[in-house]
Design a protein around this ligand. Structure first.
Ligand code: TXA
Ligand code: MG
Length: 333
């Protein structure tokens, strides 16, 4: 499909038995189906079909060496895609699947090179979303799926985001409503007893340590261990500026004085905002912040703001993932 693939809208079906049947038919035929998960919408293809997987990279405009997560309906199904499933992985799967956790494990022979960019490991996840689980159960196989956005754009948390961003590059969008978690899954690499968090999400490194009783290496900074975790991946068009609450109003004023249209994102809107600042609807908690983060970043662009000053949530629980995404977004410009 050409570069004008986004010009026309794809079919978007509200979830129903017929919609799921159609989605399975598209997957079996080697096509692309966008579907809801609890984190973000995924752009799915039959993980066992290299041609179908290649279409994901074309539709996203994503470099072929960025590996994809294989989504399956159960931990039992996941075992078929891993060459080994060490005890810590078993414990994590039992504690958090279905849920927002991806396990990176040695890949089995069943995993095509196209899915992993040729690497020796594969990312596996059982999503906690009824539509996703119903689709995976009916399909029966693994569904390789990155977030359903064009490469370098904000992840989609509604069917509308997917339709607007990918257009006819996707064959079918199944609409299961907005995503409950809102930020991508936590990725944990399990190398025997060595655990490394490659991306933070709703499941924290503390949770992983508590369940396994093992030390957990922190998310490596510097060159990304999980390819594809580049700054620009989480950024809107507008520049993202981070400010802690006490200095937020002053930061906003500085950017307004420089002639920018400045949006403000926070749990509690700072007092004394200058005239001309564009406050976004405040968020109720760290959990709520995660749920609406990508919607709000889209709202910034829609409001015509070229700067957003974001007051990040407390660095605990899912607030850590929100801070991580905001920090990456702030480095993109
Ligand atoms: O919540 C999520 O994980 C969503 C939903 C759709 O499940 N998916 C998602 O996929 O965020 P994507 O492709 O946008 O991000 C997956 C990340 C990438 O940074 C990729 O490099 C990393 O997972 N990844 C996948 N397989 C890997 C592997 N074998 N080793 C290291 N990193 C891997
Ligand atoms: Mg992504």
């Amino acid at each position: 499909m050409g570069d004008d693939g986004a010009a026309r809208r794809p079919p978007v079906l509200a979830v129903s038995p017929e919609a799921l049947e159609e989605a399975v038919r598209v997957l079996r035929g080697g096509g692309l189906v966008a579907f809801p998960t609890e984190t973000v919408y995924g752009l799915g293809a039959d993980a066992a079909n290299p041609d179908a997987v290649a279409r994901i990279f074309a539709a996203k405009g994503r470099p072929a060496d960025h590996p994809l997560i294989v989504h399956v309906a159960s931990a039992e199904a996941a075992r078929g895609w891993a060459a080994s499933f060490p005890e810590p992985a078993r414990a994590l799967a039992e504690a958090f699947w279905p849920g927002p956790l991806t396990l990176v494990l040695p890949r089995s022979d069943r995993v095509p090179d196209a899915v992993t960019g040729g690497r020796a490991t594969v990312g596996l996840r059982v999503p906690d979303q009824p539509v996703a689980l119903a689709l995976l159960e009916r399909f029966g196989g693994g569904v390789a799926a990155p977030s359903a956005n064009r490469f370098g754009r904000v992840s989609p948390t509604t069917a509308e985001h997917v339709a607007a961003d990918l257009g006819e590059r996707v064959d079918l969008v199944v609409d299961g409503g907005p995503c409950a978690v809102g930020v991508e899954s936590t990725i944990v690499e399990v190398d025997g007893d060595r655990l490394t968090v490659l991306r933070t999400g709703a499941v924290t490194a503390e949770d992983v340590a508590a369940v396994t009783g093992l030390p957990v290496a922190a998310t490596p900074t510097g060159p990304a261990r999980a390819p594809g975790m580049l700054a620009a991946h989480y950024a809107p068009r507008a520049r993202v500026v981070l400010a802690e609450a006490p200095e937020a109003a002053e930061t906003v004023a500085r950017w307004v004085e420089k002639g920018h249209r400045v949006a403000v994102l926070a749990e509690v809107l700072p007092e004394g905002l200058p005239q001309g600042a564009v406050p976004l609807p405040p968020v109720a908690s760290a959990r709520d912040y995660a749920r609406v983060l990508y919607q709000r970043l889209r709202d910034v662009d829609a409001a015509g703001a070229d700067v957003v000053v974001a007051v990040p949530p407390e660095p605990a629980g899912i607030g850590l993932a929100v801070r991580d995404r905001l920090l990456r977004a702030s480095r993109a410009h």
